[in-house]
Write a protein that binds this ligand. Structure first.
Ligand code: ADP
Ligand code: MG
Length: 694
C-alpha cells in the first residue's frame, strides 16, 4: 500500500483534533474506518415528551422554558438544569461539572433537540448530559433521522464532532478497503466481504432493522467478529500442529498392563474415568507428544487417572513427573501414589522446594539417572538443575495456578518431549476452553464416584445466621469438622487479616474446648502446612481461613463449609470451596452468608449454588454474569485480546472459526497460495502487534 494520508486531511480535523485522535491510535483514515461504534442509538423518530418512558434513549425536541445554574445542596457540585416543553409535556436536562460556556448555548424561547436516556425524578422525565443538537442539525443525516453510531469516548473530541469526522471518512475512504479473507473462508463462515458492509457498520442505511446491529449479529459485525476469532484459532491451530511435529517417547500399552494396574485399585473406575484413561493412553502411544487437558469437577477422581498414566509410563521404562501447585498438595499426591504403588518395584519420590543441600542433590541425581521413576513435586520440578533421564509423561495438576510458560518449561526437561496432561478442577466452559486451551485436546470426567454424599447448600440472610451456626455446633458435636471462609478484602491485606483474626477469636469464644485454627495468605508455607496437618488429624476442628483453602486438600471428616460475604465471590470459586466438603461418608452442608445490605440480585445469583452441584453449569452462569476476565488463567494465557468479539455471545462463530482455521492449516499451512497472500500479510501484521507466548 502507498503511504496512507494523514487523518488531518479529513474535513473537520484540525491539528488539535488530529493529535487527540492520534493518542487513540487513529492516524490515518484507514485507522478511523476500523474505529467502530460501541453501540447505536435509534434516532429515526422524535418522540413527544408525553410519550417518554424510563430507560428509552431517544431524541426529543422542544422550546427552552427555563435555564438554571446552581450549586447542589450536598457536596457543592455545580450543575445546570434546562427545562424544555413541546406542548405535550416537560423535560429537564441536567449537567453536572459543566463548562461555563454550556449555559450560553441555551436561550429561553429557542428550539433545541436533545438526545439521551430518559429517567424519571419525582414523576418528571429528565436526561443527564444529553447530546445537544441545534436547529441547523435537525435535518442533518449525520446526527438525526437515522440509526446513529455511538463511538467509544475520545478525550477532547466531543461525540458530535467525532461522528461528523467518521461520516467524512466513511464517505470518502470506505470503498478503498479490500477484503483479505479468501472467498472460500467467507463462504464457510457465512459472512460478506468487508467492503460490502463497512460503511453500514458506521452509518446503517435507512430502512435497516436495528435489532441485529444492537445484538451484534449483523453481517458486517459478524465479519469483524470472525476476524478476531479466526486469528486466535489460527494461532492455536499452529501451536498445536507445532507440538504434533515434535518427537516423543511412544508409550504403547496393552490390556494386560492396564488390567494389572486396575487390579491394584481399591475401587472400580467410573465410566467417565475409563473413557478418559482410554483417551489418554491412546495419545501416549503416539510418537508425538500428547497435549491434553483433563477437566473434572472437584472430587471426580482425576488423581487415579494420572496415577494410571504414570504407571503405564513406568512399565514402558519412562519417567513421569506430577506437578502440584502447593507443597501440601504435592505431599498428598505423594502419599497416595506411594500407597497405591505398595509392593511394586517402582520408585516414587517427592521433590519440593523444602528440600535443600545434599538431600536435594541426591534426589536430582536419581532423577537424572532414571532411578526415580515417578517424581511428584511443586514447581521445584521445573527449576534449573533438574533433568530427567527419560521423561515420558508430565502431569500438571490444578493448571489455573500455572501458566503456559510452566507447561513449556516442563516440556523442556527431557531430550524427547514428554506427553503432557494438564488437569484442572475449574470447570471451564467449552467456549472459554476453546480460546484458553485451544491448543490442547480435551477430556472430561463428567461423573462422580459412587456413594458421594450430597452437599446441601443454603444462602443465609442476616436473620438466619443463628440457625446456620446451630448446625455447625451440631456437626462439631457429632465429630465433624468445619471450614469458615472469609473473602479477601480488596483494599488491603491488613484488613483481611484483621477480619480473619477477629472471626477466629469469636469462633474460639463460641466453641470452648474445640480446636480452632487460622489460615491466611500471610503465613509462611511451613506454618500453613502445619495448620492444615492439624486440621487433617483433628487437633483443629474448625478452620477459619481466607481463600487459601481453595486448592484441593482432602479432609473427609469436614462436613460444613461456611462462607462469609459469599456475594463477593464468583460462583466458580464458591463451587471450588464447596468441594472441600462432601468427601466423606456423612452428608455435608454449605452455608453462603450474605451481608444484610445485599440486594435480591446477589441472592438470586447465589441461589444457583442451591440448585446445582454441576460445576460446568455453574461456570457457564459465572461466565454469563462476570465475563471471561474472572476465570483465573485468562490473563496469563498468551492469547491476544478480543476486540470485537465476546466468547459467550459469539460462541457459534467461535466454533466455526476453529473449524476454518484447522481447514486452512491442512490446505495451505505456509499460506503460500496466491488466494491467501493478502491473508498472510494481515496475519503477519497482527502477529507483529501482539506478542504471543509460544
Ligand atoms: P480430584 O478430581 O478432585 O483430584 P481425587 O482424585 O482427589 O479427585 O478423588 C477424590 C476422592 O474420590 C479420592 O478419595 C479418591 O480415592 C476417590 N475416588 C476416585 N475415583 C473413585 C472411584 N472410581 N470410585 C470410588 N472412589 C473414587
Ligand atoms: Mg485433585
Amino acid at each position: 500500500m502507498k503511504d496512507a494520508p494523514s487523518i488531518q486531511f479529513v474535513k473537520g480535523v484540525g491539528p488539535k483534533i488530529a493529535e487527540k485522535l492520534a493518542a487513540r491510535g487513529i492516524r490515518t483514515p484507514q485507522d478511523a474506518l476500523f474505529f467502530f461504534p460501541k453501540g447505536y442509538e435509534d434516532r429515526r423518530h422524535l418522540l413527544p415528551l408525553r410519550a417518554l418512558k424510563p430507560g428509552m434513549t431517544v431524541p426529543v425536541k422542544g422550546t427552552v422554558i427555563g435555564v438554571h445554574g446552581g450549586m447542589r445542596r450536598f457536596g457543592g457540585t455545580r450543575f445546570l438544569e434546562v427545562t424544555i416543553s413541546d406542548g405535550t409535556g416537560h423535560l429537564s436536562a441536567k449537567w453536572f461539572h459543566f463548562h461555563p460556556s454550556l449555559k450560553e448555548r441555551f436561550q429561553e424561547g429557542e428550539t433545541v433537540i436533545l438526545c439521551g436516556t430518559v429517567r424519571f425524578f419525582q414523576f418528571q422525565p429528565e436526561m443527564h448530559h444529553p447530546e445537544i443538537l441545534g436547529k441547523a442539525e435537525e435535518h442533518d443525516p449525520v446526527h438525526l433521522g437515522r440509526i446513529v453510531p455511538v463511538y467509544p469516548e475520545i478525550e477532547g473530541v466531543p461525540p458530535r464532532v467525532l461522528r461528523r469526522i467518521q461520516w467524512e471518512v466513511v464517505s470518502h475512504h470506505a470503498s478503498t478497503v479490500k477484503e483479505f479473507f479468501p472467498r472460500w473462508m467467507l463462504d464457510e463462515a457465512g459472512i460478506p466481504p468487508i467492503h460490502d458492509s463497512l460503511a453500514g457498520l458506521h452509518f446503517p442505511p435507512s430502512g435497516v432493522d436495528a435489532s441485529p446491529l444492537l445484538s451484534f449479529s449483523s453481517p458486517a459485525q459478524q465479519r469483524l467478529i470472525f476476524g478476531d476469532l479466526f486469528f486466535i484459532q489460527w494461532t492455536l491451530a499452529r501451536r498445536r500442529a507445532g507440538v504434533m511435529k515434535e518427537a516423543s517417547v511412544p508409550l504403547h500399552w496393552d490390556k494386560e498392563i492396564v488390567d494389572e494396574i486396575k487390579r491394584r485399585l481399591p475401587f472400580a473406575l467410573t465410566g467417565a474415568q475409563r473413557r478418559v484413561v482410554n483417551e489418554i493412553l491412546k495419545d501416549m502411544s503416539n510418537p508425538h507428544p500428547m497435549h491434553r487437558l483433563l477437566q473434572g469437577d472437584v472430587g471426580s477422581g482425576k488423581t487415579i487417572v494420572a496415577w494410571i498414566a504414570a504407571l503405564v509410563a513406568w512399565r514402558k521404562e519412562a519417567q513421569a513427573a506430577i506437578m502440584a501447585p502447593t507443597e501440601i498438595l504435592a505431599e498428598q499426591h505423594y502419599q497416595r501414589f506411594v500407597s497405591l504403588c505398595k509392593g511394586l518395584p517402582v520408585r516414587v519420590v517427592l521433590l519440593t522446594s523444602v528440600l535443600a543441600g545434599k538431600k536435594r542433590e541426591a534426589l536430582r541425581k536419581e532423577i537424572r539417572e532414571g532411578i526415580a521413576h515417578i517424581v511428584i513435586g511443586t514447581h521445584a520440578i521445573i527449576q534449573e538443575g533438574v533433568e530427567f533421564e527419560r521423561l515420558g509423561l508430565g502431569v500438571v495438576d490444578e493448571q489455573h495456578r500455572f501458566g503456559v510458560l510452566q507447561r513449556a518449561a516442563l516440556r523442556g526437561k527431557s531430550k524427547t518431549a514428554p506427553h503432557l496432561l494438564v488437569m484442572t478442577a475449574t470447570p471451564i466452559p467449552r467456549t472459554l476452553a476453546m480460546t484458553l486451551y485451544g491448543d490442547l485436546d480435551v477430556s472430561v470426567i463428567d461423573e462422580m464416584p459412587p456413594g458421594r454424599k450430597a452437599i446441601t447448600t443454603k444462602v443465609i440472610r442476616e436473620g438466619e445466621r443463628k440457625s446456620a451456626w446451630a448446625k455447625v455446633r451440631k456437626e462439631i458435636a457429632e465429630g465433624g469438622r468445619a471450614y469458615v471462609v472469609l473473602p479477601l478484602v480488596e483494599e488491603s491485606e491488613k484488613l483481611t487479616l484483621r477480619d480473619a483474626t477477629k472471626t477466629a477469636e469469636r469462633v474460639r469464644d463460641a466453641f470452648p474446648g474445640v480446636g480452632v485454627g487460622l489460615l491466611h495468605g500471610r503465613m509462611k508455607s511451613e506454618e500453613k502446612d502445619d495448620v492444615m496437618r492439624r486440621f487433617q488429624k483433628g487437633d483443629i476442628r474448625i478452620l477459619v481461613a481466607t481463600t487459601v483453602v481453595e486448592v484441593g486438600i482432602d479432609v473427609p471428616e469436614a462436613t460444613v463449609m461456611l462462607i462469609e460475604h459469599a456475594e463477593r465471590f464468583g460462583l466458580s470459586q464458591l463451587h471450588q470451596l464447596r468441594g472441600r466438603v462432601g468427601r466423606g461418608t456423612r452428608p455435608s452442608f454449605c452455608f453462603l452468608f450474605v451481608e444484610g445490605q445485599q440486594g435480591e440480585d446477589a441472592i438470586a445469583r447465589l441461589s444457583v449454588m442451591e440448585k446445582t452441584n454441576d460445576g460446568f453449569r455453574i461456570a457457564e452462569e459465572d461466565l454469563k454474569i462476570r465475563g471471561p476476565g474472572d476465570f483465573a488463567g485468562v490473563r496469563q494465557s498468551g492469547i491476544p485480546d478480543l476486540v470485537f468479539s465476546d466468547i459467550v455471545r459469539d460462541a457459534r462463530m467461535l466454533s466455526r472459526s476453529r473449524e476454518i482455521a484447522t481447514k486452512l492449516l491442512e490446505r495451505d499451512p505456509a499460506l503460500a497460495q496466491p488466494e491467501h497472500a493478502a491473508l498472510a500479510r494481515w496475519i503477519a501484521s497482527k502477529e507483529a502487534a501482539v506478542p504471543t507466548i509460544g
